[in-house]
Design a protein around this ligand. Structure first.
Ligand SMILES: [Fe+2]
Length: 387
């Protein structure tokens, strides 16, 4: 880092002296764990701007559920039992960020299979998470005393610092995926875990239910209506108090608006905090996006990083074209889309494709860093946030 060029033989003595002094100074700076940031030119070795920009970078990357994930998930369920651990997740590591546990810079996706009638002990952490049901109708998450059983397409929230335990209350294996803001929280040096779950001072392997199983639906399930007789402060606050969003309602809304004209984002629905109308977390947001049969979206580039997983798909092909490179999307795959790439979708599957999308958009918006551009049909670049 910042080492000077070798001495040139035709340098004058005074230049030699200066070069030697510079070399000593750069070595000293390096030894003392500092970085010399005073580049004036961009075409020489001391291009510190380029060096700063050349750190580890996430790359667009696809994990195939069928070819990469499914076999290892089943193997892990065989070899690692609930007695061995209180979680059993396969975390997707972006090749550009490895060994950092991150699928994009701020978020990671993890897959989990729970055996029949398996409930892991409670824990909590400062990272927030969601869980999306993929296979099985009796995935289970207990969160702050609300026992939630969920299936394909249902989204369950475990906000930061809420006690939660995962499992499966059915008789067949259940598979789900999680998205966490773990890499962002880790970058902020704010990550901590707690496994010592107690009720009235007594250690417990499972949380006791304190709310009815349909609490989230009964209190928050009707849009535009707010119950005035409950305390909406749940967990440690600051996140959506609605802990489960059923797929049925989202699917119905997608269907209802299937003819909407939106050439850049197709039919896009955001999960929101029913009290604020904003995203469910301050750090990350979630969407369902439906691509109609034969649809080709116009390219979008945004500063937000996305994690995209097809939840419904017909038999034909569906592709994401990322900076000109095509990725074939199949059911339950995860595609990592780092911020700054141009992405368009092509649905030739003959049926609607529904994508689950996780985004760090709320974090970028809080920091004033959110941008989104689209290409017009004629190829011009349009500012989609401020048209
Ligand atoms: Fe957890």
């Amino acid at each position: 880092m910042g080492k000077p060029n070798d001495l040139k033989p035709d340098l004058k003595p005074v230049d030699n002296v200066k070069e030697a002094a510079l070399r000593d100074m750069y070595a000293g700076i390096n030894d003392k764990h500092m970085f010399p940031f005073w580049a004036k030119q961009s075409d020489v070795e001391h291009d510190e701007v380029r060096q700063l920009m050349n750190g580890p970078k996430p790359v667009p990357f696809l994990w195939s559920y069928k070819n990469d994930i499914e076999g290892l998930l089943k193997r892990s369920a065989e070899l690692v039992t609930a007695e061995d651990t209180d979680r059993r997740s396969l975390v997707l590591i972006n090749p550009g960020l490895s060994p950092r546990r991150a699928t994009v810079s701020t978020l990671y996706t993890a897959y989990r299979q729970n055996d029949p009638n398996e409930i892991m002990p409670p824990h909590r952490h400062t990272a927030s998470a969601v869980r999306l049901g993929l296979i099985g109708s009796e995935n289970f998450t207990g969160v702050e005393g609300e026992d939630i059983t969920f299936g394909h397409g249902d989204l369950v929230l475990t906000p930061r610092d809420t006690w939660h335990n995962h499992g499966n209350v059915g008789d067949t294996p259940a598979i789900n995926l999680s998205v966490l803001d773990y890499p962002l929280v880790e970058s902020l040096n704010a990550l901590s875990f707690d496994h010592d779950y107690r009720e009235d001072g007594v250690a417990k392997k499972k949380q006791s239910a304190r709310f009815a199983g349909d609490y989230s639906a009964s209190v928050y399930g009707a849009g535009g209506l707010k119950a005035r007789f409950v305390n909406h402060y749940r967990g440690v606050g600051g996140s959506s108090p609605m802990y489960v969003y059923r797929y049925e309602a989202v699917r119905e809304m997608l269907e209802k608006h299937r003819d909407v004209e939106n050439p850049h984002e197709a039919v896009l629905i955001e999960y929101t905090d029913p009290l604020t109308g904003g995203p469910v977390y301050k750090t990350m947001g979630f969407f369902m996006q439906m691509l109609r049969p034969g649809e080709r979206t116009l390219a979008v580039k945004q500063s937000a990083s996305l994690l995209v997983s097809p939840l419904e798909k017909g038999p034909g092909s569906c592709q994401a074209v990322v900076d000109g490179k095509a990725f074939d999307l199949e059911l339950f795959d995860t595609l990592a889309l780092p911020g700054g790439v141009w992405t368009e979708y092509v649905n030739n599957s003959g049926a609607p494709v529904v994508l689950f999308v996780a985004s760090d958009e709320p974090a970028l918006a809080h920091f004033g860093l959110l941008t989104r551009y689209g290409r017009s049909a004629s190829g011009d670049v349009i500012n989609l946030l401020n048209p």
